[in-house]
Design a protein. Structure first.
Length: 271
C-alpha cells in the first residue's frame, strides 16, 4: 500500500472516532435532559426555639365603678334658723363708745373702729342684747396689727366676765375665759390660714354657741370648739389688744345673729 493512501485511511479512522465520541456525548446529554428529576429529600423542619417572655402578660382585672366623691363633712353648725338680729353699725347708742389718748371706740361709716396704744386692751359691748344659743357673725378688718397683737369677738359677755375668741396677727387663733381680770386659756393658739397675718386684712368671724359648747368659724370654716358652763348667756362684744410697742387698729361691721334650734347629744356615762 502506498504511503499516501495509508495516511488517508488513518485520517478517516480518526474522524470516525471523533464522530462516535460526539454521538456518545450527545446521547448522554439528551439522556440527562430526559431523565426524571432527582427527588428532593424531605428534611425535618426544626421546631422554632421558644422565645423567652421576660414580662408575661397577665389578665388585667376589670375595675369596678368607684366613686370619686368624698364622704360628706359633718354639719358643724346644725340647727341654724331665722336671723334674729342685724346690726349695720349705724346707731352709735347701741355700743360702748369712748375716745381717749390711750384707746378709742368710735362708730364711723357703718363701722365700729377700735384702736389701742402700746400694751392697752380695749373692748366695746353691744347694748340691749342678752342671748344664750345662737350663731353670730361679724366682719373684722385689721388696719394696723403686728405680731402678737390680737382682736376678736366676746361671747356671753358682761362688763367683767365673758368668753374671748382671739385672732392674733401672727396667724393664730385661740380662746379664753375672762373673769374680773383673770384669764383661763381654753384653747391654745392654733395656726390658721383664715387668720390675716398682719394688716390690711379681712375675716368673717363666726361663733356657734349652744349650751356649754362654742365653736369658732372663720370665713365659714370650722376652726375649733370649747366647752364651758360658767356663762350661760350674755351680750356680744368686740376687742383689740396691743401686745407690743405699736398701736393696734381694727374695724368691725355687719353683725348678724341667727337662732339655733339644736340639742347637744347627751354624753354616755363611762362604766
Amino acid at each position: 500500500m502506498k504511503p499516501h493512501h495509508q495516511t488517508h485511511n488513518l485520517f478517516l479512522r480518526f474522524l470516525d472516532l471523533i464522530l462516535i465520541a460526539g454521538l456518545g456525548s450527545s446521547c448522554a446529554f439528551l439522556d440527562a435532559l430526559n431523565a426524571p428529576p432527582l427527588p428532593i429529600l424531605a428534611t425535618e423542619t426544626p421546631q422554632p426555639t421558644p422565645t423567652i417572655v421576660w414580662f408575661p402578660a397577665s389578665a388585667t382585672p376589670t375595675l369596678g365603678a368607684s366613686s370619686t366623691q368624698k364622704p360628706p363633712t359633718p354639719e358643724m353648725r346644725p340647727g341654724l334658723g331665722t336671723t334674729t338680729l342685724t346690726d349695720d353699725f349705724s346707731d352709735s347708742s347701741l355700743w360702748d363708745t369712748v375716745t381717749s389718748d390711750q384707746a378709742s371706740a368710735e362708730i364711723n361709716d357703718n363701722r365700729l373702729i377700735l384702736s389701742a396704744q402700746s400694751m392697752i386692751y380695749m373692748i366695746s359691748l353691744r347694748h340691749e342684747l342678752v342671748a344664750s344659743d345662737y350663731y353670730a357673725e361679724i366682719t373684722a378688718r385689721p388696719s394696723l396689727c403686728l405680731g402678737d397683737d390680737a382682736y376678736g369677738l366676746l361671747v356671753r359677755a358682761n362688763a367683767v366676765a365673758y368668753y374671748r375668741f382671739s385672732l392674733a396677727c401672727n396667724g393664730t387663733a385661740y380662746a379664753e375665759r375672762i373673769s374680773v381680770g383673770t384669764h383661763k386659756l381654753l384653747q391654745i393658739p392654733l395656726p390658721s390660714g383664715d387668720v390675716p397675718r398682719g394688716a390690711p386684712g379681712e375675716v368673717r368671724i363666726g361663733i356657734w354657741a349652744v349650751g356649754t359648747e362654742m365653736r369658732l368659724f372663720l370665713n365659714g370654716r370650722y376652726q375649733f370648739s370649747i366647752s364651758s358652763a360658767n356663762y350661760p348667756s350674755g351680750t356680744i362684744g368686740v376687742f383689740v389688744n396691743s401686745a407690743g410697742k405699736t398701736p393696734v387698729i381694727v374695724s368691725f361691721s355687719r353683725l348678724t345673729l341667727q337662732n339655733v334650734d339644736y340639742t347637744l347629744p347627751t354624753m354616755t356615762p363611762k362604766p
